[in-house]
Design a protein around this ligand. Sequence first.
Ligand SMILES: *Cc1c(COP(=O)(O)O)cnc(C)c1O
Length: 408
Amino acid sequence: MKPLGPIPPGYGAIDRVLAIAGQKVTDIVAEAGSTPLFVYSSEHLRQRVSDLRAAMPERLAIHYAVKANPFVPVLDLFAGLVDGFDIASGGELEIVKGAGIDPSLVSFAGPGKRDCELEAAIRAGATLNLESEAEAERAIAIAETLGVTPRLAIRVNPDFDLKGSGMKMGGGAKPFGLDAVRVPALVRRVIDSGAQWRGFHIFAGSQALDADAIADTQAQTLALAARLARESDAPLPHCNLGGGFGIPYFPGDEPVDIATVGQKLGEQFEVLPEELAETEFCIELGRYLVGEAGIYLATIIDRKESHGEVFLVTDGGLHHQLAASGNFGTVIRRNYPSAIATRFSAEVQEEASIVGCLCTPLDILANKGGFPKSEPGDVVVVFCAGAYGASASPADFLGQGAAMEILV
Ligand SMILES: *Cc1c(COP(=O)(O)O)cnc(C)c1O
C-alpha cells in the first residue's frame, strides 16, 4: 500500500459521512445535483485568515493571489477579509472587477502583459508590477495617451530563492521581474515619468513549509528592498514581500509554523532601516489561504480488478485535479490526501487505486491507497482541492467539461 497525504484539520464525519462546514457531503451533492463537485468552506476560509492575522505583525497587510482560486463567491468572501488582491492577467482583472472588488486594492504581476491588459489595468487604477524596462515604457506610453497617472511598482528578481520551496521564482536567470542591479535606474525612470511610484514586489518562491526558511527569505527581502531604495534615492511607499507559505499535501509534510514566521517578521519590523521606516508591507498568499478549505468530490462509476489490483473508476479526474494526479510540475508522483467520503469513518479494508474517467494512464487520483471496500455510488474525496484545482486543470480535455463549484 502507498501512503496517502495528511487530511487537513477541520474535517470529521456525521453518520459516517464526511462533513464540511457542518454539512454532510452527500447533502451538498444532492443539493448541487451531481458530481464532480468542488466544495469550499467559508468557515474554513474565515478561520484561516483570522489565524494568520493573529500570528503576523499588525503592520503586515495580507493579499490574496487570485490565481489559486478565482471562483467569484470565494473572491466575494475574501473582499471582506483581506487587504488586497494580486492578479496575473487581464482575465483575472475582469474577474475581480466583476466581483465588485475595488481595483485600487489590486496589483497585477506577470510576464508578457499585452498592451490591452496594461491599458485595462491603468484605466481601472490597479497597480502594475512591472516585469521589464520594455514593459515599463509601454505602460508609461499607454498612460500618457490615456491622460491617466499610472500606479507603477517594479517586480524585482531577487538574488536568492526560497529554500525548500516547491517552485522557485527567484535566484538566477528568470522571466520574472527585473534583475536587482537594474532596478534603481528603472525606479528613477518611473518617478521621472510622473507615474505614482508604488514600490517593489519581491517574490522568491512557492509551497515552502519550513518557517525558518520563510523567515530567512523575508529578512533577505527586507534587506534587498532597503538597499534598492537607498540606491534609487527614493522613498519606498510599499513593498510586497512575496509569500510562499505552503500546505501539507504529502505523507510526512508538516504545516508551516506561522507563529514562528510572524514572530521573526515582527522582530525584523522592530529594527527596520531608515529607508523602510515609512514603508507599507504586504504578503501575497494563494494556496495557504484556500487550499485546505476545498475538497473535490467524485462518484465511483465502476469497480474493477486487473491483475489482482482494484480500480475505483470515478466520474472525476485529472481534468479537474491535474495537481493531485501528479501532472502539474511534480517529479515523483505521490498521493494527495483522499478518502471514501461516504465511508469516512470506516476502517481500511483493501488496497485500491482511485482513477478518473479519462482514457490516459496519467489519470490517477490515488495510487494503491488503503480504503474501506467501496462500490459504485460511493463518493470519493480529494482534499487540499481549494487551490490550483478547477482553474488550473484542463477541463475540456476529452470533452469532459468543468466541475461544479460551490461555497458553503
Ligand atoms: C503564484 C503566485 C503566488 C501565489 O502562490 P501560492 O503558492 O499559491 O501562495 C503569489 N505571487 C506570485 C507572484 C505568484 O506568481
